[in-house]
Design a protein around this ligand. Structure first.
Ligand code: NAP
Length: 309
């Protein structure tokens, strides 16, 4: 790693503070010079209240990392790309598939890197699981991604609004792993979406998918679960069960625990962003978001009790 890129973070909230700022501070390939957020500020850098002011005042900036909720991703990325910046997008990369594809085209036209991140793909279990599954005969896949929304998303109104994805906000992490780990493409055949009477997005969902060989892939997402989270993917194969759990921090294959590297999802994301910029490359995979969009297209909506937002 040689060049150090001048970087700004946009949308200083939970994930920016928990993961992005420490990962950037530990990466000599980036220098955090500024932040843009309507209410929050980052110490020791220049702060602005929106991305327009940031771009106008920081001509030396190389890249921005967008950490606000998905509903504002497109407008922020558009402004940054038009201003010639490299752009890293938190997951989900946008509120619709079409806007992410438009951003990819724009980044190419401007010769800039667009990196649509899927942090769960960098969980330690994912690459060993992918390597093992590459030569196996898969019989069935079962995803259980369940947690207590009141514990993990306190006060987050945007998750219940259109574009906020509801339970697909964590569920899309599982789909990002599935689409990376399985050897064949996955298509959605049907879904049930449980939507609280006072919300626009589901609190729970079941997805029925198949891979292109017809192998069933079923996913259950539920935000009414607790107190212990369930972030698990089971893959039944003719050589035994592959069980990924704890969101990808644990892997058991045919009854044997697999030794895994320590968790470093966000440090790995910034290493990847640096590599992409240095190599004039992009990384934009819309497949997890497309499965969610398909679930909204094909899903049967069932009204459930109000959440009380
Ligand atoms: P958050 O804390 O609710 O929001 C991040 C910040 O974005 C807010 O503090 C707010 O800062 C800014 N913001 C909110 N609404 C905005 C709007 N309409 N226009 C401009 N800025 C706005 O959310 P988060 O948990 O950090 O999640 C942000 C993104 O990261 C989501 O896409 C989420 O899926 C992803 N993510 C979250 C987690 C997690 O554990 N929380 C993990 C991985 C990925 P200001 O009020 O200062 O503008």
């Amino acid at each position: 790693m040689n060049a150090s890129y001048a970087l700004a973070v946009v949308g200083v909230g939970k994930i920016a503070r928990d993961q992005h700022l420490p990962a950037i501070a530990a990466n000599p390939g980036f220098t955090l010079v500024a932040a843009a957020s309507r209410n929050a500020q980052v110490e020791s850098v220049r702060n602005y209240t929106d991305i327009g002011a940031l771009l106008a005042a920081e001509p030396g900036l190389d890249a921005v990392s967008l950490c606000a909720p998905p509903q504002v991703r497109y407008a922020q990325a558009l402004a940054a790309l038009r201003d010639g910046k490299h752009v890293m997008l938190e997951k989900p990369p946008g509120a619709s598939v079409s806007e992410v594809e438009a951003l990819r085209d724009l980044a190419r036209a401007h010769g800039r890197t667009l990196f649509a991140t899927w942090h769960s793909r960098y969980a330690s279990a994912v690459e060993p699981a992918r390597a093992w599954l590459a030569t196996r005969t898969i019989r069935a896949v079962h995803v259980r991604w369940k947690e207590d929304v009141r514990r993990w998303h306190p006060g987050q109104q945007w998750i219940w609004e259109p574009g906020g994805l509801g339970v697909f906000d964590p569920g899309i992490n599982a789909l990002s792993i599935v689409t990376r780990m399985l050897p064949r493409e996955v298509l959605l055949r049907g879904a049930t979406l449980h939507v609280p009477a006072d919300c626009s997005t589901p609190i729970a969902a079941e997805l029925d998918c198949i891979d292109t060989d017809g192998v069933p892939v079923r996913a259950e997402f539920d935000w009414r679960h607790g107190p212990v989270e369930q972030w698990e993917i089971d893959v039944e194969t003719t050589d035994g069960l592959l069980a990924l759990s704890e969101g990808g921090k644990r892997l058991v294959i045919a009854g044997e625990p697999v030794a895994l590297a320590p968790e470093r999802e966000y440090p790995a994301l910034y290493e990847r962003f640096h590599w992409l910029i240095a190599h004039g490359a992009e990384d934009v995979d819309v497949r997890p978001l497309r499965l969610v969009a398909d679930a909204f297209l094909l899903g049967r909506h069932v009204e459930v009790e109000p959440f009380g937002v």
